[in-house]
Design a protein around this ligand. Structure first.
Ligand code: A2P
Length: 292
């Protein structure tokens, strides 16, 4: 079973969950969610922009696991920023999921070109929190400056900032800011898929250091990388639509990395971001029809 992390409002969140971003595989989502829940996963991470909230809800129901035992995260897309838009976006997400509440509601990206709209959307999230329709709220892809600017103008410190984080980009200074602010760091692309998508070589799963550590523990490189995330104190949502790999990614609670293993993986950091730059985000960055 995944250990829990306690958020800044006392809500407990499983440290390890299943991410389901991958729109071409959208119809496989319900199956992946049900498989994961059957294997013991208790956190599912989706977003309005993944266009699969409906299938996530279906997978939850199909699994037979009680709603109260599952932690569901979804995210508001940029085109629905602003206060009233965000309230509508949130209602639509709940409707598609077929749920009365979500456990964590995140603003998917900052919108630096219209930070007013970002702040207004977050204020709408605060209302959902007050109404009990979100048990916790937070953000994704925010820099330390974005966090500072948001916190200055709102009342609830984000519980989570979900960001690109893997051995090649371990976000040291942002994590320091999170620690100071009491924000939990949650990794997207924890296995380094953002690296595979861009340079296609030397990603964390084919890195010789990681492979060497994996051999010593009789585990796979993915299991070593996920263990590194958990042992260093942050949450992660690895994605997979393959039942074998969904199981593999959850089979990490029977071994521990040594302090030297952790230091060796920490040293792989390049300081280079592989995914999209949050500063460059704008409402039309990805035009998505969210109305299904
Ligand atoms: P698949 O769905 O075929 O398993 P990240 O979480 O870093 O974004 O990585 C997700 C990508 O890594 C997906 O392409 C997924 O493909 C693949 N993946 C997930 N788990 C593993 C694993 N244990 N070993 C190798 N590749 C994996």
């Amino acid at each position: 079973m995944s250990p829990d992390i306690t958020l800044n409002n006392g809500v407990r969140m499983p440290a390890l969950g299943l991410g389901v971003l991958d729109r071409p595989a959208r119809e496989q989502t319900a199956g992946a969610v049900a498989t994961a829940l059957g294997l013991g996963y208790r956190l599912i991470d989706t977003a309005a922009s993944y266009l699969n909230e409906k299938e996530v809800g279906e997978g939850l129901r199909r699994s037979g696991v009680a709603r109260a035992d599952v932690f569901v995260t979804t995210k508001l897309w940029l085109s629905q920023y602003g206060y009233d838009n965000a309230l509508r976006g949130f209602d639509a997400s709940l409707r598609r999921l077929g749920l009365q509440y979500v456990d964590l509601y995140l603003l998917h990206w900052p919108l630096p070109s219209d930070f007013e709209a970002t702040v207004a959307a977050y204020r709408a999230a605060e209302k959902m929190l007050a109404e009990g329709r979100a048990r916790a709220i937070g953000v994704s892809n925010f820099s330390a400056d974005h966090l500072g600017a948001l916190i200055e103008r709102t009342s609830v410190v984000p519980a989570v900032n979900q960001v690109e984080l893997h051995p090649l980009f371990n976000q040291g200074s942002l994590r320091d800011a999170h620690r100071r602010l009491g924000i939990i760091t949650q990794a997207w692309s924890p296995l380094g898929n953002s690296v595979r998508r861009t340079i296609r070589t030397n990603d964390p799963l084919t890195n010789p250091i990681v492979i060497g550590i994996a051999k010593r523990h009789a585990k796979t490189p993915a299991q070593v990388v996920l263990r590194w995330h958990l042992q260093t104190g942050w949450a992660a949502v690895p994605k997979s639509f393959n039942s074998g790999r969904i199981a593999e990614n959850f089979d990490i609670f029977d071994f521990a990395l040594t302090a030297d293993d952790v230091i060796a993986i920490d040293a792989l950091d390049t300081g280079v971001r592989f995914g999209p730059d949050p500063e460059a985000m704008h409402a039309g960055a990805l035009s998505i029809s969210l109305d299904d």
